[in-house]
Design a protein around this ligand. Structure first.
Ligand code: HEC
Length: 383
C-alpha cells in the first residue's frame, strides 16, 4: 500500500491532495481513475467535503485547490470551486463558463459571482469585445441572473446605435427580465430613442412580462403586433412551441392572401422576387421563420435590398435591382415584372431601409394558420 502511495506521488499530478482523495473517495476508485478528467472529478469531489475551510490560512491546500481549478476551466466544477473557497480574481474564468452556458445553471451562477465580485470593467469589456457572438452570450447570462445590477451593463448596449443588432436584441430580452430593466427599455421607447430594429423584440418581450403595470405601459408605448381581427399575437417564444398542420400550411402559403407565392418560389411554383424558399427549413429554424414573417425588415437578405428610383419625368420605380449595365438598370417590381430604365432618364436612386416584403402579413392569417404555415416552411428541406 505504501508503495502505491509513493507511486501516486511520484506521478506528481496533484501531490498532497491525493491523500485527501484517497481517504475520502476510496483507494480503489482513484486507482481506477485513468484519465485526467476522472482524477479531476475525484479531486473536486474530495475538495467538496472541505466545507467552511479558509484556504488562505493553509497555503498548501490553497496551492492544491488552484491546481485543480486550472484543470476545471470552462466547466461547472470551476464555478463550484470558486464559490466554495471564495476565490478572488477569477472573473475571466467565470465569464468563460457564463459564455459557454448562458442559460445553464453553472453559467448563470458564474455570472452572479462576477456581478458579486464588483469588477465592472471585465463585464463591460466582455460586452464590447469584437466577438459579438460571445458578447451576446454574456448579455444572455446577465439577463438570466435576473439581478437588477445587470441593468447598468445592458442599458448602454441598447442606447448605442453603433452596437451589433443581434447583441442589442439580446440585451433587450435580458433587460425584460427585471422591472428596472424593463422600465429602462420603456423609457427609451417613450423618448423615441429606441432603435427601429429593436422595437419588435422590445414589444414582444414587454407585452409578455408578468408585472401588470409594465405590461399596461408597454401596450401603449410598444403595442403588440396584431394578428387577424386585431387580436394580439403571442410572442415568438410561445409560437414556436405550437404544433402546426403541414398540409394546411401549404394551402395558406399558396393562398392569394397572405400571398407568399407572389414573391417566393417553392419547388418551381410561384413568382421569383424574394429568395427561393424550397430549402428554407434547412436554413432557418422556426424562431427565425417567425421573425422573417413578422419583422421582414430586421435582416434583409443580401442581394434582396429594395431601391426606389425617381425619374426625370417625375415617375417613380421601386423594386429589386435585377441587373445593371453602363447605361441601363433593370428593376424587378412586385409581381416579378422587370422594367428597364435608361440611366439618362434617372434623376436619383435610393436604397430602401425597409424590405420589399411587407410587414403585417400576419393580419391575413389566424394565429393557428400562421403556425401551420411555419410548420410547412420548416419541412422544406434539401432531399
Ligand atoms: C411583396 C413580396 C413578398 C411577399 C408577399 C412575401 N415575401 Fe418573403 N421576402 C421577400 C423578399 C424580397 C425577401 C428578401 C428580403 C428580406 O429578407 O427581407 C423575403 C424574405 C423572406 C424570408 C427570408 C428568406 C431567407 O432566405 O432568409 C422568408 C422566410 C420569407 N420571406 C417568407 C415569406 C412568407 C412565408 C410569406 C407569406 C406569408 C412572404 N415571405 C411574403 C418578398 C416577399
Amino acid at each position: 500500500m505504501r508503495k502505491m502511495f509513493r507511486m501516486m506521488f511520484n506521478r506528481g499530478w496533484l501531490g498532497g491532495l491525493l491523500v485527501a482523495v484517497l481517504i475520502s473517495a476510496g483507494v480503489g476508485r482513484v486507482l481506477a481513475a485513468d484519465t485526467d478528467a476522472e482524477k479531476t472529478a475525484l479531486a473536486v469531489e474530495a475538495l467538496g467535503r472541505l466545507q467552511g475551510v479558509d484556504i488562505n490560512a493553509n497555503p498548501k491546500l490553497k496551492d492544491a485547490v488552484m491546481r485543480v481549478l486550472e484543470k476545471t476551466r470552462g466547466t461547472a466544477n470551476f464555478v463550484k470551486l470558486v464559490q466554495q473557497f471564495k476565490l478572488k480574481g477569477q472573473s475571466a474564468g467565470l465569464l468563460e463558463v457564463a459564455a459557454a452556458q448562458p442559460a445553464g445553471e453553472s453559467g448563470v451562477e458564474a455570472m452572479r459571482l462576477v456581478l458579486a465580485g464588483g469588477n465592472a470593467k471585465v463585464i463591460e469589456a466582455a460586452l464590447t469585445g469584437t466577438n459579438v457572438v460571445r458578447a451576446a452570450k454574456i448579455a444572455e447570462a446577465l439577463g438570466n441572473t435576473a439581478e437588477k445590477q445587470a441593468v447598468k451593463f445592458l442599458a448602454p448596449v441598447i442606447a448605442d446605435s453603433q452596437r451589433d443588432v443581434t447583441l442589442q436584441k439580446q440585451a433587450v430580452r435580458s433587460l425584460a427580465r427585471t422591472t428596472d430593466g424593463a422600465n429602462e427599455v420603456l423609457k427609451l421607447a417613450r423618448e423615441e430613442k429606441l432603435a427601429e430594429a429593436l422595437k419588435f423584440t422590445a414589444s414582444t418581450e414587454l407585452n409578455a412580462v408578468r408585472w401588470p403595470e409594465i405590461k399596461a405601459e408597454a401596450a401603449k408605448v410598444l403595442p403588440p403586433l396584431q394578428g387577424q381581427n386585431a387580436a394580439p399575437l403571442p410572442p415568438i417564444g410561445e409560437l414556436v412551441k405550437k404544433k402546426g398542420d403541414v398540409a394546411n400550411g401549404e394551402k395558406i402559403y399558396f393562398r392569394a392572401n397572405p400571398g407568399c407565392a407572389n414573391c417566393h418560389v417553392v419547388n418551381g411554383r410561384g413568382i421569383e422576387l424574394g429568395p427561393n424558399l424550397s430549402e428554407i427549413g434547412t436554413k432557418l429554424g422556426k424562431d427565425a421563420l417567425y421573425e422573417a414573417i413578422l419583422e421582414p425588415s430586421s435582416g434583409v437578405s443580401f442581394g434582396f435590398e429594395a431601391w426606389s428610383f425617381t425619374l426625370k419625368n417625375g415617375d417613380e420605380a421601386y423594386g429589386l435591382l435585377a441587373s445593371e449595365t453602363a447605361d441601363e438598370v433593370a428593376v424587378k417590381a412586385v409581381g416579378g415584372i422587370v422594367t428597364r430604365l435608361k440611366k439618362s432618364e434617372i434623376e436619383s436612386r435610393q436604397p430602401s431601409k425597409l424590405s420589399i416584403m411587407p410587414a403585417g402579413l400576419q393580419a391575413a392569417m389566424t394565429t393557428q394558420e400562421m403556425v401551420d404555415l411555419v410548420e410547412y416552411l420548416s419541412t422544406l428541406r434539401k432531399n
